[in-house]
Design a protein around this ligand. Structure first.
Ligand SMILES: C[S@@+](CC[C@H](N)C(=O)[O-])C[C@H]1O[C@@H](n2cnc3c(N)ncnc32)[C@H](O)[C@@H]1O
Ligand SMILES: [Zn+2]
Length: 433
């Protein structure tokens, strides 16, 4: 068991630079943070409530908007506990400790290690966890530590302390923990990973995405899905280097940030093949997208051109090209959310809509990416039909189509862009070219 670090204030070793103010949604107010009393000063409490649990945030990094991401993590954790009868969680970047509290209270975790590199958060985390009896010895339910992420993961490995679920709610493009996390997770365990690197997913920093996730990413219209695939792909690469493979249980994009979250199941053996780890191309000329395996690397071309390697072709990868979610798992999450009264509860998070859309997106016949109706309309030089009309017309022609949880005015479909344009034109009674 890792020992709890003493409460001695020391500079956090991991923070080479202070967190930029713009990244912290709860900056310490310049003059209202400490309320002076006659007998000294104390921190102004900033109480929050999430799913009925009360906690404090003070000036830790906390976003209300991440509540859905926490709901999804807790539902997966609870399902894991139900099926394996055990749940040890490592909350590597716990902030104020809200996830740790929710894993304990809602997912009934047997044990949670709540870690945050910033030891100034300690008082808040301890306060937030105090409603859960800490226990002692083998019955200990939680500890609070303040190590750098890679250090806590490596120490767990050295002490042979393994976890069923490791949650790393990081910000930016730090992916260094992808190397160490596999040391501390149990086989068949879960990894809940986060990236907020919207520049890389947008294709604006291909050398950075290459360094962080091993993927050279260029601008593509479905960049927010690319962000999820880049993160999964980075984990696939690190897992296989260590003899494992991972598959996504769910992938969740949220525009606040933006934030890319993936829940991965860790499997014992390396990928039997590289079926879902490859390259994707987008043709700027006709809007067509295609996936390529490693064997097809020399044969990239677009149906709109006779030449191999047309200059209108943009290629990104390697990244995850397989399904973003496991429909069976998400169906169980939805059932549990219903049982817990988390759907249709008027909180505005619309978990039911999100989970249902994820189930639709999980159809194995659907390829990566999505077609934005605005892009289609601009290529067709016409107004776009409504999403509903377009989807049913595409389905009527035998293609698969679903909405995307990532982009509201887009369809995921195996219908190529040129066929979508034709269908849209037919819908509007336009002449075929
Ligand atoms: C996005 S916040 C966590 C928010 C929290 N999980 C929640 O749901 O509200 C990220 C936290 O990670 C901590 N952190 C950043 N880099 C770290 C590192 N390398 N090791 C450990 N903690 C780190 C920060 O102090 C910050 O509290
Ligand atoms: Zn083309």
């Amino acid at each position: 068991m890792l020992t709890v670090t003493p409460k001695t204030p020391s500079p956090s070793p991991f923070l080479h630079e202070p967190l930029p103010k713009s990244q912290n949604p709860n900056p310490k107010p310049s003059n209202s943070h400490q309320i002076h009393c006659f007998n000294g000063s104390y921190h102004k409490p900033t109480y929050q409530t999430e799913r009925g649990l009360q906690f404090e945030t003070e000036d830790t990094f906390f976003r209300h908007e991440s509540a859905t991401g926490r709901d999804l993590g807790v539902l997966s954790a609870a399902l894991y506990k139900q099926s394996k009868q055990q749940l040890r969680v490592l909350d590597v970047m716990c902030g104020c400790g809200i996830r740790s509290l929710r894993y304990l209270a809602e997912a009934k975790a047997d044990f949670v290690m709540a870690n945050d590199g910033n030891d100034a958060h300690r008082r808040v985390i301890l306060g937030n966890l105090k409603s859960i009896e800490r226990g002692s010895g083998d019955e200990k339910r939680w500890v609070v530590t303040h190590f750098d992420a890679n250090r806590v993961l490596s120490e767990c490995y050295l002490k042979r302390e393994f976890f069923d679920l490791i949650d790393i709610d990081s910000f930016g493009s730090d992916s260094s923990f992808l190397r160490t996390v596999f040391n501390a997770v149990k086989r068949d365990g879960l990894l809940y990973l986060t990236s907020t690197d919207g520049y890389s997913s947008g294709g604006h920093r291909p050398n950075n995405s290459l360094a962080s996730y091993g993927a050279y990413i260029l601008p593509m219209p479905y960049s927010n899905e690319i962000g999820l695939r880049m993160l999964i792909g980075g984990a696939v690469r690190e897992a296989s280097a260590q003899g494992y493979h991972v598959s996504p249980l769910f992938s969740y994009y949220s525009y606040h940030g933006p934030v890319f979250r993936v829940m991965l199941r860790v499997h014992r053996k390396a990928l039997p093949d590289n079926r879902h780890y490859g390259f994707i191309s987008y043709c700027n000329h006709c809007g067509n997208s295609q996936a390529y395996s490693w064997e097809e690397l020399g044969q990239m071309s677009c149906p709109c051109s006779n030449t191999i390697g047309s200059c209108s072709l943009v290629v990104s990868g390697p990244l995850w090209t397989g399904p973003l979610h496991d429909a069976t798992h998400i169906t169980k999450m939805l059932n549990l959310a219903e049982k817990w009264g988390w759907v249709g509860d008027g909180t505005g998070t619309d978990l039911e809509k999100l989970l249902s859309r994820m189930i639709d997106e999980s159809d194995p016949r659907l390829p990566f990416g999505y077609i934005k109706l605005d892009e289609m309309a601009s290529r067709a030089k016409m107004n776009s039909p409504s999403l509903k009309t377009m989807m049913s017309a595409v389905q009527k022609e035998g293609y698969v189509a679903s909405r995307s949880h990532i982009a509201s005015n887009a369809i995921k479909t195996n219908c190529p862009m040129v066929a979508c344009i034709r269908i849209a034109k037919e819908l509007q009674g336009c002449q075929k070219n």
